[in-house]
Design a protein around this ligand. Structure first.
Ligand code: UDP
Length: 385
């Protein structure tokens, strides 16, 4: 049997481990530096309230990829859940993403879809023909008032930078709707795992050919014992940060427990710069099929990631991309290793994309095995997107 090492027991590592184990041809060791599996989608029950908590912040499963949707549902039942985010700004509560209700409420109007489109066209800055920065993208499509109320302060808190310094791609994640659809995502499928994400990853890893080693950081020397390594740790960490550290934002969650219902919704964003948190998540609303008398909330604060902090959002500005280029070049000289996932490729990845890419990585690897070729170091180009 071939010996495979996997560094990281998050979604990427678990998809690979599961797929290889199914063939019966591999012995797999999964090394996880934390004391739990499931990476940043780890969920656990809070002993005081009984609520299932998204320990590293809100994770809502959504995808338009039928293969991924069918894949993930092998491991748990998915319960109906639609993310309907609210935003507090200017002393009022609005609906996000920006939709007809938001526009009408914000401007105190009663526009229909066609009128709203015309209205936003008129307040958007048409002189910006090719928006490059976050601010230009916002000014072009929603105009200054909506930008300042919903995006400017939030984004400064989230990224620690002025939106004039950030790429337009960050805002492109959010749609503008000219109807009353307040579903945060435009994906075809959406839901929450009945037993939480950690249960899913547990099921993926439950196979006699898979051994999971918690609280064990994978080191270069260990690779010698294996035919191949799938590495989902930070790419700069693999090279001992020889070129410098790739920048991330980290999050602090300030937990509070209360009786009853704290905010009546899973996620409420705070658009203003002088409210210190970006959003508040009330975890019991992620499991609306459960009933709990008490509640636990997370006030989410974003800041620059220090060496001992959990990395969340890759920054990917010009400086970081230049550094990433150096690490990608170094990685391409490596043998018998595949870099993958959010940290291994230094990209902002949703769960469904992580799974789709891991499934691709797995089939690439298998194809190379049967053709007697060396597996590629990356299945995707980390420098793209
Ligand atoms: N954003 C914002 N205001 C909001 C929500 C999002 O300005 O109320 C911006 C912010 O810069 C954020 C980006 O849009 O980083 C993408 O938002 P999304 O909700 O997709 O971020 P995530 O849930 O992944 O943190």
């Amino acid at each position: 049997m071939k010996k495979i090492a996997i560094a990281g027991a998050g979604l990427s590592g678990a998809v690979i481990a599961h797929g290889l184990a199914q063939t019966g041809e591999y012995e797999i060791d999964v090394f996880e530096s934390r004391d739990h599996i499931a990476g940043n989608c780890h969920s656990e029950r809070d002993p005081e309230t009984g609520v299932m908590v998204h320990v590293y912040g809100p994770h809502i499963f959504h995808t338009s990829n039928k293969v991924v949707w069918d894949y993930i549902r092998q491991f748990d039942e998915f319960m109906p859940f639609t993310n309907r985010v609210k935003a507090v700004t200017n002393g009022q509560v609005y609906s996000l993403p920006i939709n007809l209700l938001t526009i009408n409420q914000f401007f105190k109007k009663t526009l229909n879809p066609a009128q709203a489109r015309e209205f936003l066209d008129a307040i958007g800055d048409a002189s910006i023909t090719d928006p490059k920065t976050f601010e230009e993208q916002a000014l072009r499509f929603v105009g200054r008032d909506l930008y300042e109320a919903f995006f400017k302060g939030y984004t400064m808190k989230q990224w620690g930078m002025d939106p004039t310094e950030l790429p337009a791609s960050i805002l492109k994640r959010l749609p503008v709707r000219y109807n009353y659809d307040d579903n945060y995502y435009a994906s075809t499928y959406q839901g929450m795992p009945k037993h939480g994400y950690t249960y899913i990853v547990e099921k993926m890893l439950a196979h006699p050919n898979i051994k999971v080693h918690l609280s064990t950081r994978f080191s270069r020397e260990m690779a010698a014992d294996y035919d191949h390594l799938f590495y989902s740790g930070p790419i700069d960490g693999w090279f001992d940060h020889s070129e410098g550290r790739l920048g991330y934002r980290t999050l602090d969650f300030v937990a509070e427990r209360h009786d009853g219902d704290f905010q009546g919704n899973a996620v409420i964003n705070y658009g203003e710069a002088d409210v210190p948190w970006t959003r508040i998540s009330e975890h019991k609303h992620f499991s609306p099929w459960e009933a709990h008398e008490k509640t636990i909330i997370y006030k989410e604060h974003s800041r620059a990631c220090g060496e001992d902090d959990v990395p969340y959002y890759p920054i990917r500005m010009v400086k970081e991309k230049a550094l990433l280029e150096k690490y990608v070049a170094l990685a391409k000289d490596e043998r018998n290793i595949t870099f993958m996932g959010r940290l291994g490729t230094y990209r902002y990845l949703d769960m469904h994309v992580t799974i789709a890419e891991a499934l691709d990585t797995l089939s690439n690897y298998m194809d190379c095995q049967s053709a007697g070729r060396r597996a590629p170091v990356f299945s995707v180009d980390p420098l793209q997107s």
